[in-house]
Design a protein around this ligand. Sequence first.
Ligand SMILES: [Zn+2]
Length: 317
Amino acid sequence: MTSFSALRLCAVSVDLDEIGCYTAIHGLPALPEPAAHAVYRRALPRLLDLFESMSVPATLFASGRDLSDETAAARVREAAASGYEIGNHSFDHRYDFSRRPPAEIRAQVEDGIRSIERVTGQRPVGFRAPGYTINDTVFEVLEAAGVAYDSSVFPCPTYYAAKTLAIASYLMRGRPTHSIVDDPNVLRAPAEPYRVGRPFYREGHGLLELPIGVTRNLTGRLPYIGTYVVVAGETGARVLTRCIAGRSLVNLELHGIDAADAHDDGLEALVVPAQPDLRLPATTKLKSLRAALETLRDQGYEFVTLRDAARVFGAEN
Ligand SMILES: [Zn+2]
């Protein structure tokens, strides 16, 4: 395998999971309008403002079903027209996506592609699975669909433990959750871009995988995703960023909700016990995010979309 030690690329992506995804994970009733669409209507514009102010290109992962909403479709269309990459986040964002029968997985992938193509006029080339859960069947479907890269593998022990404990606690309290436990073998996957083998967590000659960011191995592969960066505060975000600097690709994955504001966006019902990060005002979280991006730039990182990162790493792998 080629060494990428000289490369320093950072790809920022945003999973546009609408508020209904969070009420489903936490077993809560759906929120009324306009809170129900706060991610596309309120949080996404804040993130795009930040990216534009720093000249950071980004990849937005949209779920096909959300694009039946006119406002969401318009936002995605405008973002695509101004140079953002739009990636496929499946059609329905089912948290048990990877456990569905192969025909249903195929439909979820292909319907997601079609929905985005209909709205933007461009066929998406990247895929991210709902809830980071992926397996060999999903990879087979993605290859057959002509996808250029996947970015779903999250080889992070801290995140894996936290998610598994959260699901166990919901089940013990008899609360419904749509989240599922991942295959623990994902923790053995490379943390740098690689071509998947069989099983997918080994290197091979299959689809290009751009794993979600974790800090360098020496620092214990801590999660380098929006959920942690935005609550770390500006200083914490800088420290965490220095722990990932050195990787050839920093794949910083955000969620739209990272830029949501419980008070201003009417999301108070989600804060306790579901999303404690919503306690922080959006302005505070965006400052932490800006600090992380500034640190990456200071460390010599060039910002690219995941599509462009896939071209670079795909050519050398
Ligand atoms: Zn998602």
